[in-house]
Design a protein around this ligand. Structure first.
Ligand code: PBG
Ligand code: ZN
Length: 336
């Protein structure tokens, strides 16, 4: 006879007893929605590489967010997408343009949605003519010192515009310290969260985003600053360094292929005392979306399973393009 202790099925036969198997369950406050804000004020363009996502002009932003906010949207992360001619230059000087899409969007969202948490992605690649995330030397390699100086300046200007968090995704060395010092000098360090894209791995998972944000490099790739996918040790070192430099949250990106790194980051041996963010990136979104569309699996079921993966691994904040769907799906689950 089977030993009594071998019988597990009894503990999860019912819907409710299954829900009790979770250490933590997804809630709306764990979701951060990435938004592409473009510099044509009246634009509302669908993005071919990210079906269901839009490049939104400042005049269309309030009407877009309003229904989501009513459904319980708690936070967004902004990406500026300059499409006008002549905006990009070698140093990304328009990244913090006071009339640019990011700064205008922060102001507008603060004004109309008082309880919305607003983060700004900080990077130069959307604004540089060469499409790299920092400032380059003549030989095409990075000038790290100039890059972090500029990135800190941009972060401080987004913070001055009123965002609640800055999230540098550039992967330059030492930018967390530079940004934190900048925030301190500006008297903003006590009220602006610094979310570090600490373990950000290089690769094709960001392809749809670069199409959406018009930010693909014009030559070469990002392998000399984003991490090699095999590099567990480097990821640990980058996480430790960014903790030392003053990050308030550690991010792992992409999500699904790097759940081991999320688990490790959230463990007491590494960054267990920090909120751990995970970015379900554009390629993950497109993969799940297109697979579901092709009939491979049901979209809601597969996205919920991916969320459970992030929670099991220890994530506390999930950046995902599925946020609008999840707001609906979580309401449906509540009613079951
Ligand atoms: C900018 C940035 C990127 C992403 C977030 N910030 C693109 C990149 O590094 O090439 C990727 C987000 C996504 O793919 O959804 N540095
Ligand atoms: Zn970049």
């Amino acid at each position: 006879m089977t030993s009594p202790k071998s019988i597990l099925h009894g503990g999860y036969h019912h819907n409710l007893s299954r829900s009790w198997q979770a250490e933590r369950t997804l809630t709306k406050d764990m979701l951060m929605y990435p938004l592409f804000i473009t510099d044509d004020p009246d634009a509302f363009e669908s993005i071919d590489s990210l079906p269901g996502q839009y490049r939104i002009g400042i005049n269309k932003l309030q009407a877009f967010i309003d229904p989501l906010y009513k459904k319980g949207l708690k936070s967004v992360i902004l990406f500026g997408v300059p499409l006008k001619e002549g905006v990009k230059d070698a140093t990304g000087s328009r990244a913090d343009d006071p009339e640019g899409p990011t700064v205008l969007a922060v102001r507008l969202l603060r004004q109309h949605f008082p309880n919305l948490f607003i983060a700004c992605d900080v990077c130069l690649c959307e604004y540089t003519s060469h499409g790299h995330c920092g400032i380059l030397r003549e030989d095409g390699t990075l000038n790290n010192d100039l890059s972090i100086q500029r990135i800190a300046e941009v972060a401080v200007n987004y913070a001055k515009a009123g965002c609640h968090a800055v999230a540098p995704s550039d992967m330059m060395d030492g930018r967390i310290r530079a940004i934190k010092l900048g925030l301190m000098e500006a008297g903003l360090a006590h009220k602006v969260m610094l979310i570090s894209y600490a373990a950000k791995f290089a690769g094709p998972w960001y392809g749809p985003f670069r199409d959406a944000a018009n930010s693909a490099p014009s030559f070469g790739d990002r392998r000399c600053y984003q991490l090699p996918s095999n590099a567990r040790g480097l990821a640990r070192r980058a996480i430790k360094r960014d903790m030392e430099e003053g990050a308030d949250s550690i991010m792992v990106k992409p999500g699904l292929p790097y759940l081991d790194i999320v688990r490790e980051a959230s463990s007491d041996l590494l960054a267990g005392d920090y909120p751990i963010s995970v970015y379900q990136v554009s390629g993950e979104y497109a993969m799940l979306y297109h697979s579901a569309k092709a009939g491979v699996f049901d979209l809601k079921t597969i996205v919920m399973e991916s969320m459970n993966g992030f929670l099991r691994a220890g994530a506390t904040l999930i950046l995902t393009y599925f946020t609008p769907d999840l707001l609906d799906w979580l309401d449906e689950e509540e009613k079951r």
